[in-house]
Ligand binder design. Structure first.
Ligand code: TYD
Length: 132
C-alpha cells in the first residue's frame, strides 16, 4: 500500500460540521509542520517530487483536487473532495497534485521540518534511489 485514505472524525451539527486530526492517533506520525496550497490557477500541477524521509497527510480542506502517487512500480490516483478525509503517504513515494477546483485548499501535515535535502525532484533519480 503506497498511500491510503483515512477518514477523520466528523462531528455533525446543524450549526456546521467539525473535524479534527490527532498526531500518532488518526495519523501514524508526529506532526512537525503544516503547510497549505491555495489560489491554484486552473490546470496547474503542484508537488511533483518525492521525499526521502517525510511522511505526510493531505486533506482537501475546501474544494477538490487529485493526488497521484507512484512508488516506482505502482501508480494510483486519488480524488480528494471531503474535509473529513485525507490521504496518508509514506516516505519514498513520488507524488504530484493536479485537477484543482476553483478556490480549493490543500492542507498538508508533514512529519518533518522543511528540508530541501529531503526532496528528490528528478523522477529518474527517484527511480535510481528507490532501487538502491
Ligand atoms: P515545493 O514543495 O517545491 O512545492 P512544488 O513541488 O509544488 O513546487 O515548494 C515550493 C517552494 O516553497 C520551494 O521553494 C520550497 C518552499 N517551501 C518552504 O520554504 N517551506 C515549506 O514548508 C514548503 C512546503 C515549501
Amino acid at each position: 500500500m503506497i498511500a491510503r485514505l483515512i477518514n477523520l472524525p466528523k462531528i455533525e451539527d446543524p450549526r456546521g460540521n467539525l473535524s479534527f486530526v490527532e498526531e500518532n492517533n488518526h495519523i501514524p506520525f508526529k506532526i512537525e509542520r503544516i503547510y497549505w496550497i491555495y489560489d491554484v490557477p486552473g490546470g496547474q500541477i503542484r508537488g511533483g517530487h518525492a521525499f526521502k524521509k517525510q511522511q505526510e497527510f493531505i486533506i482537501a480542506l475546501s474544494g477538490s483536487f487529485d493526488v497521484v502517487v507512484n512508488s516506482g512500480s505502482e501508480k494510483k490516483r486519488f480524488h480528494l473532495n471531503r474535509s473529513y478525509s485525507g490521504l496518508f503517504i509514506e516516505n519514498g513515494i513520488w507524488r504530484h497534485m493536479d485537477n484543482f477546483s476553483t478556490n480549493s485548499v490543500a492542507l498538508v501535515l508533514s512529519s518533518t521540518f522543511y528540508s530541501e535535502e529531503d526532496y528528490i525532484r528528478d523522477f529518474k533519480q527517484f527511480l535510481k534511489w528507490h532501487k538502491a
